[in-house]
Design a protein around this ligand. Structure first.
Ligand SMILES: *Cc1c(COP(=O)(O)O)cnc(C)c1O
Length: 412
């Protein structure tokens, strides 16, 4: 596209944009189980309006916009309260999980350096199921990633003992996930905490996809094990608002047990021609709308609202588990929240994936082991039966040797 010489009227531009979405995954109908968290039209309206209210304002300027500064403080306080942040714990909003993880690693690295750890051979130790955002951040900072195989007992949990063996004097962080993305399984954070304490290593819990889900699931009676700051060795956490917090995209939280740890995160700089600037995260300009929308959704839903939404998601996951088991699938491990992965003993998951895709479902896969993967939203409660019917038909197609051409499941 070349920029038009003369602009068009907004009504026309808008119509063009809406038409362009016609070929996108049909997430509004609940036929997408990746990328989008659909909590219904009421929440969507709040996101839109609350984002718009502070869209022009800039989180870079807390003195100009004390409104945003206070909303961010409130969001962090709510997050810390839900995740057992002790007295003195603190944190910042970021643009997303990758951002939160990057900042946590940077903070742990600078903390390690300030505390006499070697600069050579800097590494982080994580399970094979931990999110690739850790590798991306490590790549940026020239840090070695040590991925450790999962337990082989069918739980799909991180193996704390094996991870401990991968730690050395230059390890700046161990990582546990709550839950991991590929299998939706919460790692044994208490056991990881014991190992990290013994090795005197920073423990980060990646609760990007579970941080604003697990506390409410627990309130609803789900036996969620200790996974947050309740575990004494947990130094930092990442928890995304734009996932199961149902906030507008561009919103996550990175949280620290104490100001002592957090102090290594902000970048404070005066040695240039401009005014001195202190920024907490990688961003300079920070979209005010992402902050205000998060504040608005959290205040609109409240504990009761979140419990209801997450209860519905858990119920939906249970119906899916029941349904896929009836079709002969095996569910991986013991998922407790909104993610579930399952595989078939007789048919390759990726062949079934292609068939379910052809039937209009944009879902995902897990590679190790090859499985189908769903990330469920409240909206999916309405479409479970349709999905299971199409899954059954997909299995039949594959079983009959009638599968169509291969569809490659990729994130991009
Ligand atoms: C989504 C996710 C991330 C990355 O978050 P983004 O917001 O996509 O950058 C990290 N860890 C886990 C477990 C996730 O589910």
């Amino acid at each position: 596209m070349k920029m038009p010489e003369h602009g068009r009227v907004w009504d026309e531009v808008k119509a063009d944009m809406i038409a362009r979405g016609g070929g996108d995954a049909a997430w509004r109908d609940g036929r997408t189980a990746v990328y989008v968290f659909n909590a219904g039209q009421d929440i969507s309206r709040i996101q839109h309006e609350a984002y718009g209210l502070y869209m022009a304002e800039n989180g870079l300027g807390p003195l100009a916009f004390p409104s945003l500064a206070q909303m961010e403080k409130d969001v962090i306080a709510m997050g810390l309260d839900l995740l057992h942040g002790p007295e003195g714990s603190t944190g910042t909003m970021t643009s997303g999980g990758t951002d939160s993880i990057t900042m946590a690693i940077k903070t742990a690295r600078d903390y390690a350096r300030a505390n006499g750890r070697p600069r050579e051979g800097t590494n982080i130790v994580l399970a094979q199921s931990a999110h690739l955002a850790f590798d991306k951040a490590a790549h940026l900072m020239d840090i070695e990633v040590r991925r450790v195989p999962l337990k082989t007992d069918g739980t799909y949990e991180a193996d704390p003992e094996a991870m401990g063996e991968a730690v050395d004097a230059a390890t700046i962080m161990m990582v546990g996930s709550a839950p991991n993305f590929p299998h939706g399984i919460i790692d044994p954070i208490e056991a990881l905490g014991d190992v990290a304490a013994k090795k005197n290593v920073w423990l980060h819990v990646d609760a990007c996809v579970g941080g604003y889900f697990a506390p409410f699931a627990r309130m609803n009676g789900v036996p969620v094990p200790a996974f947050d700051f309740e575990v004494p060795q947990v130094h930092s956490m990442s928890a995304d608002l734009h996932k199961y917090g149902y906030c507008a995209k561009g919103a996550s939280t990175v949280l620290f047990r104490s100001e002592d740890l957090y102090q290594y995160m902000p970048f404070d700089m005066a040695g240039w021609s401009g005014a001195p600037m202190k920024t907490p995260t990688l961003a300079g300009t920070r979209p005010g709308g992402a902050i205000s929308a998060a504040w608005a959704v959290m205040n609109s839903l409240g504990v009761v609202g979140y419990r209801e939404k997450q209860g519905l998601v858990c119920e939906t996951r249970e119906r899916i588990e029941e349904g896929v088991k009836r079709l002969g699938f095996e569910v991986l491990g013991n998922p407790m929240l909104g993610l579930v992965a399952f595989r078939h003993p007789d048919h390759h998951a990726f062949a079934i994936y292609g068939e379910i895709y052809r039937r209009g479902w944009f879902t995902s896969v897990t590679k190790e082991p090859p499985s189908l993967h769903l990330m469920l939203s409240p909206k999916h409660a309405e479409v479970v039966d349709d999905y299971l019917a199409d899954l059954e038909a997909s299995v039949a197609t594959v079983a009959g040797g009638l599968a169509g051409p291969k569809v490659e499941a990729r994130y991009s």
